[in-house]
Structure formats: C-alpha cells, structure tokens
Design a protein around this ligand. Sequence first.
Ligand code: NDP
Ligand SMILES: Nc1nc2c(c(=O)[nH]1)N=C([C@H](O)[C@@H](O)CO)CN2
Length: 240
Amino acid sequence: MTRKMPIIITGGGQRLGLACAKALVAQGYNVIITYRRARQDIALLEKQGISCIQADFSSISGVDEFITTIQGQYSALGGIIHNASEWEAEEGCLDTALLMEKMWQVHVFAPYRINLAFEALLCAGSEHDGQADIIHMTDYVAEKGSDKHIAYAASKAGLANLTCSFAKRFSPQIKVNAIAPSLLMFNSCDDAEYRSKALNKSLLRKEPGEQEGVLAIKYILDSRYMTGRTLSLDGGRHLV
Ligand SMILES: NC(=O)C1=CN([C@@H]2O[C@H](COP(=O)(O)OP(=O)(O)OC[C@H]3O[C@@H](n4cnc5c(N)ncnc54)[C@H](OP(=O)(O)O)[C@@H]3O)[C@@H](O)[C@H]2O)C=CC1
Ligand SMILES: Nc1nc2c(c(=O)[nH]1)N=C([C@H](O)[C@@H](O)CO)CN2
C-alpha cells in the first residue's frame, strides 16, 4: 500500500538523498526534500512535483526555521529520513572543537530537535496511513569507531542511540529505525589507492551504489513490524 502522507528526505540534493527522492516519487509517494546549496537537480526535482525546501542545519536557528516552515505548510507527515550529513576528518582540521560541534549539530541535534517537533505531525500521518516512519542514516563506524573520522563516528553513534530512544518514545504510532552503511558510493575525489583499500575492507569487495540504500529505505517503509533496529549495509565488513 503506497502511503499518501508526505515523506521528508533531508539532504536530498545529491547522491543517496536524490536517488531516494526519485525512487519514492516513482513509487507514488508524496516527497519533500531539503537542500542547502541550489543546483540543477533541485529544479528537476521541482518539475517532478517534489517540494524542495532550502534548509541549513548547521545552526539551531536554521533547524528551527525549517521546523517552522514545515509546521506552517503541513498538517500531517508520513515520515522523515534524516540523511543530511557531512563526512569530515580530523586531518587538516584547524579546530577540533568546531569539528565536533559541526558533526554533533547536523547528525544529532538536528534529528533530535526535528523528531521532537514533528511528533504530532507524524502521529497525524499515522492516523491516515496506518503508520509513520523516522529513518536515521547512521554508519558502520557508529559501532566500530574510526581513527580518521573520530568526531563524525561519535556523532553517528549519537544518532544511532536516538533510534532507540525515539522508538520507545513514539511507539506504537511511529516506527523509528536506522540504516548503517559502511560503503555505499565513493566521492569523485577518492583516488585509486583509497578506493582499493576501501573495497578490501569488506568480504564482498564492491561499491554497491546508492540503490543499496534506496532498497533498505523501501524495506523499512514497507515493514509493519520493525522499530528500534538498524539495517547494516556493509558487505560483510564485520567478518573481515
Ligand atoms: N556515501 C557512503 O558511502 C556512505 C554514506 N553514509 C551515510 O548515508 C547518508 C547519505 O550519504 P551521501 O549521499 O554520501 O551524503 P552526502 O555526503 O552526499 O551528503 C548529503 C547531503 O547532506 C547535506 N548536508 C550536509 N550538511 C548539511 C547541513 N548542515 N544542513 C543541511 N544539509 C546538509 C548536503 O547538502 P548540500 O549538498 O545541499 O550542501 C548533501 O547534499 C549520509 O548520512 C551518510 O553519512 C554512511 C556510510 C557510507
Ligand atoms: N555524509 C557522508 N558520509 C559518509 C560518506 C560520504 O560521502 N558522505 N562516505 C563514507 C565512506 O564511503 C566510507 O564509508 C568508506 O570509505 C562514510 N560516510
């Protein structure tokens, strides 16, 4: 059954968020995306009938402005996928205090503040569609740590913990789950040596691409009995 209530995807201007927006629209979902930087893809999404809202979660006021915009335009929501993220390393960082603050702000504070603010809208959506969903995009390193992306990994661990807390707080009307990829897609700046090392970290040794993440999101949205859980998309990395 395709849900009628709108699904928000944060960071929907590129890569996984963009692929997810296109896939859910193609499946008949009503999709809202947030983006920070304007680009051609945003105009194309708007032509497909996707509501594109500019939002920058790097400040408390930016998060609260987004919340106010949604609360002013919608009386119910079918779900929110917290996908917006920055992957920054300690290397080259001039101020680790600012790095930790930045990682925590986008990966923990923004989802926390938005989930609390949208509880009533999601419950209204659940009344209409029979269920509502919150999905947190975490990361394999939330559990295992990372020696090069310490603040990033810690913030994703915080986001993973929010999954448990909000699953308890919002049940039974709202399902709250997470998806923890290890590698979905490389960045254009990743060189051959980096790519080879990254591929060898998993048993399956492949770059699955954003559709692996889209599949996981679709599974969770279709599920009637999963909450407080994490889907690990890691090619068997935990067994290497
Ligand atoms: N790619 C991978 O291999 C992996 C990805 N993941 C996770 O999966 C998710 C999707 O990954 P991917 O598609 O690579 O993500 P990206 O690195 O492409 O980032 C997604 C979007 O987040 C937005 N964003 C970043 N910071 C902010 C902010 N402060 N406020 C608002 N928006 C912001 C960006 O918007 P804009 O471009 O408009 O500035 C960007 O388009 C992420 O949560 C990521 O951590 C986890 C493990 C592996
Ligand atoms: N916001 C992002 N988070 C992550 C990215 C990314 O590009 N954007 N990439 C990774 C890597 O793929 C890593 O998992 C393997 O090299 C992790 N998180």
